[in-house]
Design a protein around this ligand. Sequence first.
Ligand code: AP5
Length: 218
Amino acid sequence: MRLVLVGPPGAGKGTQAQFVAAHMSVPQISTGDIFRANVSQGTPLGKQAKEYMDAGDLVPDEVTIAMVRDRLGEPDANRGFLLDGFPRTVPQAVELDDILADMGTKLDVVVELIVDDDEVVRRLSGRRTCRSCGHIWHVDFDPPSNEGVCDNCGGELFQRDDDKPATIRHRLEVYAEQTAPLVGYYGERGILVGVDATGPVDDVTERALAALRRFDHP
Ligand code: AP5
């Protein structure tokens, strides 16, 4: 299955992507994670992306699209994939269609995670991410047993630079202006499904998997 998760910052895309990708046996491809890995390794791509990410702006389309084209060309993406955080603009969506057409395939479904702005602020201000395994925690909603330490691997938890209140507000504006139009783009094609992303994580996963079953044609 080839699917995209779309939704505002903090909707739970990364959290749900881990479960849904494992359930579907497809690789999770998160553009935010790829950029953050490049930033922490100090690669040329990371240096290019960092100033945009810190400001809560989108990395320019040409940089992001080239990166995704390369990633989708890797063998593990042949059988399917879950894209988390891409596309994020209509030009990215058009390019994704072209990349998939070149591969002789197309998207099966786009899942929109729906959550309001107040909940986004609550979620992002308490988010902690593991430096080693990437697992996502929340200080109130999904706290680790020991503060600052990942239960999964013992790694150190950190707070993202773009989770400061002013940057969160700006990211929400960027989402409304540049990413929300994708809902119409995919809705017109009949491959969009909206999922209520509020409530416990497991309930959201159940709703997402139930929605996906309607699109999972062998
Ligand atoms: P990216 O990493 O994609 O950030 P984002 O879209 O802003 O989304 P987040 O990762 O902040 O949130 P999420 O929806 O994954 O929520 P999470 O699961 O962590 O991108 C970062 C930056 O990279 C961008 O700003 C941009 O600069 C650049 N970039 C990336 N892709 C790009 C692209 N295509 N084009 C251009 N630039 C790009 O959950 C949040 C918190 O809530 C966690 O603490 C979690 O534990 C908690 N939580 C989750 N679900 C629940 C629940 N049901 N109940 C309670 N708490 C919950």
